[in-house]
Design a binder for this molecule. Structure first.
Ligand SMILES: *[C@@H]1O[C@H](CO)[C@@H](O)[C@H](O)[C@H]1NC(C)=O
Ligand SMILES: *[C@@H]1O[C@H](CO)[C@@H](O)[C@H](O)[C@H]1NC(C)=O
Ligand SMILES: *[C@@H]1O[C@H](CO)[C@@H](O)[C@H](O)[C@H]1NC(C)=O
Ligand SMILES: *[C@@H]1O[C@H](CO)[C@@H](O)[C@H](O)[C@H]1NC(C)=O
Ligand SMILES: *[C@@H]1O[C@H](CO)[C@@H](O)[C@H](O)[C@H]1NC(C)=O
Length: 466
């Protein structure tokens, strides 16, 4: 999950709500699919597909580890996936994507005054480095952009430390994304940002930033919640100084990667598409098992299970494993974004719904749905009623997602995997994003929800109304 979705998350915080009203559309047609839905659920929860999603994900993330855009590892993992998909009898192809080519390089940060202490640190993605030198400077701690404005006269020549109070990811991530340029405006040399998480066992979190092109680009790194709090406490009584080194740089040439596209062709409306997706790239820490190995794997596994059951929907069911997501949704931009003459622009009217899982594959609860057309909301509601066996019947209304939010420009209905992700941001963009976050039972039920709901949408007589 990257930075671009943040405004939508905020929107979701404000506007997402559980849908309660009753509705009339298409209930008989949808009920008639209960047998198929139950076959999908059964084969995943107690049949020969049970445990497969977890096992395949484990093999994948343990073989490759993290898969940052620009790395050979990511491209090798894409080749591995193509082979795996084809061995599963699926029709898979790739499309080339260009993304910013950011390299972390060596990095460290330490306190030098009032006493020496090394910090756990992760440079923020797309940050500039420190030009091969150490930046050593006194710190100014602020808890908000408002405080930064009030104390702007104190910023010159300092390293600004953001020790905000975590509210929610959507609200607090602005310090990571905008903190550098906001402080640079008043002459800061660098910024250290408290990791954006509600919980920490001394884990620094990375992520992406956006530079304001009108002020100098200064280095930015995340430190742990513990160290941000420590610096803040110390700074009330003492002068605190820190030293920062970052070898980070963005290369002049773009990184070249590939989206993976897997199709089960519709037998009746082959040009109309239902998309299920997740992203295959990750940051360069942990294993990218949760963000977004889980989402990518429930998506291709949904198609594999449907294929293995010999089911054929009326519409084309397409799994997309996006690349370049973390640096700014570059895979989805190349697929759809209006300003970039994207490859699939002429398809837009024929996309019935675009679904993405990029907020965890914990215990599934249902779907979050963006569509405002009452008939389409009804379709999703009735479809979720078929998910009682896995207790995943909850419809939440609102826009959520990462890559798929780009489809929102065209009013394509979006759905994301609504799951019990209360701990998602504990692990997000950290070295703790490993296979230990994943759970085989939950991956099976998430795959079941994903496969069954996308199959129903793809098999309806009518595509979703906008
Ligand atoms: C930066 O500081 C560290 C710690 O004092 C030192 O080991 C290192 O050589 C310095 N690096 C440069 C480029 O000056
Ligand atoms: C902090 O540094 C300033 C400027 O160098 C100095 O005036 C002040 O006495 C120092 N405060 C402490 C607590 O050492
Ligand atoms: C959209 O789908 C319809 C059939 O449902 C087809 O006639 C039309 O060519 C498709 N458009 C594109 C751009 O694929
Ligand atoms: C079903 O989900 C609801 C809401 O998430 C939860 O309160 C309940 O405990 C779950 N029931 C079972 C049997 O898992
Ligand atoms: C996995 O999740 C299931 C269902 O949510 C739970 O019952 C089980 O204890 C979990 N397994 C592990 C190993 O945590």
């Amino acid at each position: 999950m990257s930075i671009k979705e943040v405004s939508f998350l905020i929107l979701c915080l404000l506007l997402c709500q559980k849908a309660t009203s009753s509705c009339e559309c298409c209930s008989e047609e949808i009920s008639s699919k209960a047998t198929i839905v139950n076959r999908i659920i059964n084969v995943l929860t107690k049949g020969n597909e049970a445990g497969v999603t977890y096992n395949e994900l484990e093999k994948f993330v343990d073989k490759f580890g993290p898969r940052m855009t620009g790395t050979e590892t990511l491209e090798n993992s894409i080749d591995y996936m193509l082979d795996l998909l084809r061995r599963n009898g699926l029709n898979a192809r790739t499309e080339e994507v260009e993304a910013p080519f950011w390299i972390r390089g060596e990095e460290y940060a330490e306190m030098t005054k009032p006493w020496p202490k090394k910090f756990g640190v992760l440079g923020i993605g797309l940050s500039v480095g420190t030009n091969g030198a150490n930046i050593s400077a006194p710190v100014l701690v602020v808890t908000s952009f408002e405080e930064l404005e009030e104390r702007r006269d104190e910023v010159q020549g300092k390293i600004v430390v953001y020790n905000f109070k975590f509210k929610s990811y959507g609200v607090s991530v602005k310090y990571r994304s905008q903190g550098a340029s906001r402080a640079s405006k008043y002459g800061a040399l660098a910024v250290l940002v408290k990791s954006v998480t509600p919980f920490s066992l001394y884990t620094p979190h990375t992520g992406m930033l956006n530079y304001d092109q009108t002020v100098p680009k200064i280095p930015a790194a995340c430190i742990t919640v513990e160290d941000a709090e420590l610096i803040h406490r110390l700074s009330k009584r003492d002068n605190v100084s820190v030293r920062l080194f970052m070898g980070a740089k963005t290369l002049d040439k773009p990184a070249i990667s590939r989206n993976i596209i897997v199709d089960i062709k519709g037998w009746k409306y082959p040009e109309e598409v239902v998309i299920v997706s997740g992203h295959i790239d990750s940051w360069d820490v942990g294993q990218g098992a949760m963000d977004d190995g889980g989402g990518a794997f429930v998506s291709w596994r949904a198609l594999a299970v449907i294929h293995n059951l010999g089911l054929k929907p009326k519409r084309t069911l397409r799994a997309i494993l996006w690349t370049g997501e973390e640096q700014g949704l570059w895979g989805a931009q190349s697929y759809i974004k209006v300003s970039l003459t994207p490859r699939h622009k002429n398809e837009i009217d024929n996309i019935s719904i675009a679904m993405e899982s990029d907020i965890g594959t914990f215990r599934p609860l249902g779907l979050t749905f963006s569509g405002t057309n009452p008939k389409s909301q009804c379709i999703v509601k009735h479809t979720l009623e078929l998910m009682k066996a896995i207790n995943a019947t909850e419809l939440v209304l609102g826009v959520e997602g990462s890559d798929i939010v780009l489809f929102n420009e065209y009013k394509v209905p979006l759905a994301s995997l609504n799951n019990d992700h209360r701990t998602y941001f504990y692990y997000h963009h950290t070295n703790a994003d490993t296979m230990l976050v994943e759970n085989s039972t939950n991956l099976d039920t998430c795959t079941a929800l994903w496969a069954a709901s996308s199959f129903v949408f793809a098999d309806l007589n009518h595509k979703l109304w906008r």
